[in-house]
Design a protein around this ligand. Sequence first.
Ligand SMILES: NC(=O)c1ccc[n+]([C@@H]2O[C@H](COP(=O)([O-])OP(=O)(O)OC[C@H]3O[C@@H](n4cnc5c(N)ncnc54)[C@H](OP(=O)(O)O)[C@@H]3O)[C@@H](O)[C@H]2O)c1
Length: 294
Amino acid sequence: MSTASSSARILVTGVAGQLGRALLAAANRPDVIGFTSTEWDITDPDAAARHIRPGDVVVNCAALTDVDGCESDPERAERVNAAGPGRLAAACAAVGARLIHISTDYVFGADPDRDRPYEPSDEPAPISVYGASKLAGERAVLEALPEATVVRTAWVYTGDRGGRDFVSVMRDRAQRGQTVRVVDDQIGSPTYAKDLAGALLVIIGAGVGAPIVHAANNGAVSRYRQARAVYAAIGVDPGLVEPVSSADVPRLAPRPAYSALGSYESEEAGLTRLRDWRAALDDAVTGSATAPRH
Ligand SMILES: NC(=O)c1ccc[n+]([C@@H]2O[C@H](COP(=O)([O-])OP(=O)(O)OC[C@H]3O[C@@H](n4cnc5c(N)ncnc54)[C@H](OP(=O)(O)O)[C@@H]3O)[C@@H](O)[C@H]2O)c1
C-alpha cells in the first residue's frame, strides 16, 4: 500500500469537473494542483511526461462522462476514458509516481435481476460504450501500473445552484414548483462529490489495500425516489415527482437497471464507508453541507 509522502505534490486532472472541483476545495492545500482539460489533455501523448515528477500523486478525475455522447462517438470515448488513463499510468510508472484513477458503477449493469450492491470482486459487464470505455480504462491503468488504485463511484452530484447534475436540476425544478417525470427502474448509489472528495483524501494520505475500491454514498435508490428526496428536502411536495419507466424516456445509451455499489470489500481494504445517500443529499440541497474531514 503506497501512501503520500509529506513532500508529494497531488496533481488533479479534469479539475473543472464536479469531482475535480470538489477535491480541490476539500484539500485546500497549495500542494494540490488542478489542471483543466486545456492545461492538461490526458489524450495528449506528451502531456503526462511534462507534468508528472517522481513522488507525485496523480488523481485522474478527467473523463468523458456524457453517457449518450460516448455512445455516438465511441472512438472519442476510448481515447479519453481508456487510452488516456493508460497513458497516465505508464507515465507514472516511468517516473515513480502514484495514480488514483476514478471509475464508475456503469462497468456493471448487464444483469437485469441484480438486487444486491456490486463489490469489486464482482465481474464487470457494461451495457454502454461509456461503461465499456471506463472498464477498458481501469484495465489499461492496472496493466501499466499494478500499484495504481481504481476508485469506482456512482451517480455523482454537487447539488450546486445552477449545476447540471441530477440533484441540481431536480432542486431547480422543485423550487419552480414544476412536475417532473423520473425513471423508477434505474437503481444506484447517489454520491455527493464532497463526500467522495473526502474519501479520496483518505486514499491519497493513507492508501488502501486493494487495487479496486468502491466509494459511493451508502444505499441503493431509484432515480424517482432520489428526486422525491430532493423535493422533500426543500419542503416541496414530492407528489410533483411522477414515476416513469426507462422505456418511456428513450436515451441513446442504455442505462443499468441496477448498478448500486457495495462498500463491504472496500472497508476491508481500509476505506471508511461513506454515509447514507439520504443524509448526504439533505446536506447538499439544504446548503448545510460540510464535507467530512478525515
Ligand atoms: N458524473 C457521474 O455521475 C459519475 C458517476 C460515476 C463515475 N464517475 C466518474 O467520476 C469521475 C469524475 O466525474 P465528474 O462527475 O467530475 O465528471 P465531469 O463533471 O464531466 O468532469 C470531467 C472533466 O474531465 C475533463 N476532460 C474531458 N476530457 C478530457 C481530456 N481529454 N483531458 C483532460 N480533461 C478532460 C472535462 O473537461 P471539459 O469540460 O473541458 O471537457 C471535465 O472537466 C470520472 O472518472 C467519471 O467517469 C462520474
